[in-house]
Design a protein around this ligand. Structure first.
Ligand code: ADP
Ligand code: MG
Length: 237
């Protein structure tokens, strides 16, 4: 169980997150909001890459600050920008990440093959990342996030810049991630998460506007689908 307690983040005068509280148990969650809403800031705080100005994060009731490396070892993260090693092959990049994650030499090859198979990148794994399409890069980014079978997987806009076919493929891969995890996926595209997320977290200018499943949201906003909910909340922007 992941718990965010009154998280706020200020960048100088700019309030990027304003008193965000959330409780997440196993399942897929969609973090939905327009550009600048605070999605990446929230994800960077959850992953420990950014300190909140206020508030705490707890894992199973314990502050993650105190859990230290125990928390990091149950975490998988695919950041928004593709800071990947273009001259590495996909396989070499994954073994680099696996080493950073402390995967043992003896299980390294099996684990890398497992995640490559999962994202359907075995055949291209020895080619340089620089030769990959955007969708292939995203698939390798997801593969590295699930090395070591983490309990908490954070995917920041995994479908950004992809064509419709690739979006569907990524969505299917995320939907099939095992259900004994917390999976948090950010996007500003409703169709990425509408059919796969157990709950949608709607975020607008640093505030959680709503947090519920799609049916509840549709009823509440008198909307026919999530797109309609989104337009009612963010339409004026
Ligand atoms: P999203 O991921 O939803 O597009 P971000 O979390 O990247 O949103 O940004 C939230 C807000 O915080 C935006 O207004 C953005 O301009 C601002 N912001 C993000 N990072 C910084 C930074 N390093 N310094 C100042 N402002 C920032
Ligand atoms: Mg972002």
């Amino acid at each position: 169980m992941l718990e965010l307690c009154n998280i706020s983040k200020k960048y100088k005068e700019k309030i990027a997150l304003n008193d965000v509280s959330l409780k997440l148990d196993n399942g897929i969650y969609g973090l939905l909001g327009p550009n600048g809403a605070g999605k990446s800031t929230l994800m960077n705080i959850i992953t420990g890459n950014l300190e909140p100005t206020e508030g705490t994060i707890k894992w199973d009731g314990k502050e993650v600050k105190e859990l230290g490396s125990n928390y990091r070892s149950l975490l998988g993260y695919a950041p928004q920008q593709q800071g990947m090693y273009e001259t590495f092959s996909g396989r070499r990049f994954l073994s680099y990440i696996a080493t950073l994650k402390g995967i043992s030499q003896s299980s390294m090859e099996d684990e890398i093959n497992r995640v490559l198979l999962y994202v359907n990148m075995v055949e291209k794994s020895n080619q340089k990342i620089g030769t990959y399409s955007g969708g292939m890069k995203q698939r390798i980014l997801i593969a590295q996030a699930i090395i070591g079978n983490p309990k908490l997987v954070i995917l920041d806009e995994p479908t950004a810049g992809l064509d419709p076919k690739e979006r569907v493929r990524i969505r299917e891969r995320i939907a099939e991630l095992s259900k004994d995890k917390i999976i948090l996926v950010s996007t500003h595209v409703v169709s990425d998460i509408e059919s796969i997320a157990k709950k949608i977290i709607l975020i607008k200018t640093g505030k959680i506007i709503d947090y519920a499943n799609v049916n509840v949201l549709c009823d509440k906003y008198n909307a026919t689908n999530l797109e309609d909910v989104y337009m009612k909340i963010f339409g004026e922007e």
